[in-house]
Design a protein around this ligand. Structure first.
Ligand code: HEC
Length: 177
């Protein structure tokens, strides 16, 4: 938990000095049309945030996580960037109340960008808040990731870690930032 907090602080404060812009829409990610509109939603980060490779790799479906582990072990521990979006319900809840208690319909998106300035997203992670009793085991949050070769395992891979978010309601970052 302490490590996550530290990592979180690094990610959120790491935005300084990053000039890259969010990636162009990438059809290869196979994001369904309703969710692919996230590019038009309010950005919860003023500019893409620099995060350590280890941190960037966290939000992954299980099979991708295995590959990520290998990549992390053998690849360079270079930095990556992310952009975070929220739909109107999510952004509104954050701005108006700051309570981080998200209403059903709220969606938070983490776009994982590479190191190339203006490059396409390499993956997109979604948290979608549902009306009870849907997704009761994760307090209404559905987790989805694109691209994914294990959609069924995604929920199990994501929810336990996000439940430990130090802030309320499964969200790690402090937004808008
Ligand atoms: C090992 C812990 C861990 C796992 C597993 C994990 N995440 Fe995350 N996630 C984080 C942390 C820490 C942050 C905040 C820092 C960042 O954005 O990189 C985050 C951020 C996010 C955000 C932005 C909102 C927020 O909480 O700040 C979304 C959306 C997200 N993750 C989705 C997912 C999805 C979808 C999965 C599964 C495919 C997943 N995460 C798996 C740790 C995790």
């Amino acid at each position: 938990m302490t490590t996550l907090r530290v990592l979180c602080a690094v990610a959120i404060t790491g935005a300084i000095g990053v000039q890259a812009v969010a990636g162009a829409p990438d059809t290869q990610l196979a994001v369904p049309a309703d969710l692919a509109r996230y590019k038009q939603w309010p950005r919860l980060l003023e500019s893409p945030a620099n995060v350590p490779m280890k941190f960037w790799l966290m939000c992954m479906p299980p099979s991708a996580a295995d590959r990520a582990a290998a990549k992390e072990q053998y690849g360079p521990h270079s930095e990556r960037t992310i952009m975070v979006y929220g739909n109107q319900l999510a952004a509104g809840a954050l701005v108006s109340t700051g309570t981080r208690a998200f209403p059903p319909g709220a969606i938070v998106v983490k776009e994982k960008l590479g190191r190339v300035e203006g490059g396409a997203a390499e993956g997109v992670a979604f948290m979608i808040k549902h009306q009870a009793p849907a997704f009761a085991a994760s307090d209404g949050w559905e987790f989805r990731y694109f691209p994914s070769d294990d959609p069924a395992g995604t929920q199990q891979a994501c929810a336990p870690c996000h439940r430990r978010a130090p802030s309320k309601d499964y969200v790690f970052g402090r937004y808008p930032k």
